[in-house]
Design a protein. Structure first.
Length: 150
């Protein structure tokens, strides 16, 4: 039988921490815990320009921005692992669209469960901003446990 793997998703927010904490309370102790944070990709046109306008960042500035994002994501992961007492958890930073990357990682592990929070947006905010948790629930091959705001 395959090892149970819990994929815990964090953006460093109190909501994410609460969602993970509550999710772990509901689950049997997994054999493997992976905590992931997804960093947004940097738009390459910031360096290359759009064809009508030149870029606003140098290549080195873009790399510095990427490094800063990864460092912030690593701090979020370390804080989450520390606050939840998950000392033996694996941590990962991935870059891309959060929903897509979480689903991809869940399939590749393969995760027994994905735990994440939702900000509880609705209406126009949800239509404009989208919902990572909604995407993951609809596209993930693994069971998904979502803890809402409020």
């Amino acid at each position: 039988m395959a090892a149970s793997i819990a994929l815990l998703c964090t953006d460093g927010s109190d909501l994410a921490l609460s969602a993970i904490r509550q999710g772990l309370d509901l689950l049997e102790a997994p054999e493997r815990v992976v905590v992931v944070s997804v960093a947004s990709p940097i738009d390459p046109t910031l360096v290359t320009g759009t064809g009508f306008a030149g870029g606003v960042l140098t290549y080195d500035e873009k790399n510095d921005l990427v490094d800063a994002q990864r460092a912030a994501a690593q701090r979020n992961l370390a804080d989450t692992v520390d606050q939840l007492g998950l000392g033996d958890a694996e941590t990962m930073v991935v870059v891309g669209d959060a929903g897509h990357e979480i689903c991809r990682l869940a399939e590749n592990l393969p995760a027994s469960v994905v735990v994440l929070g939702t900000h509880g947006r609705s209406g126009i905010k949800r239509a404009i901003m989208g919902s990572t948790s909604d995407y993951v629930v609809r596209h993930c091959v693994s069971p998904v446990l979502v803890q809402g705001a409020g």
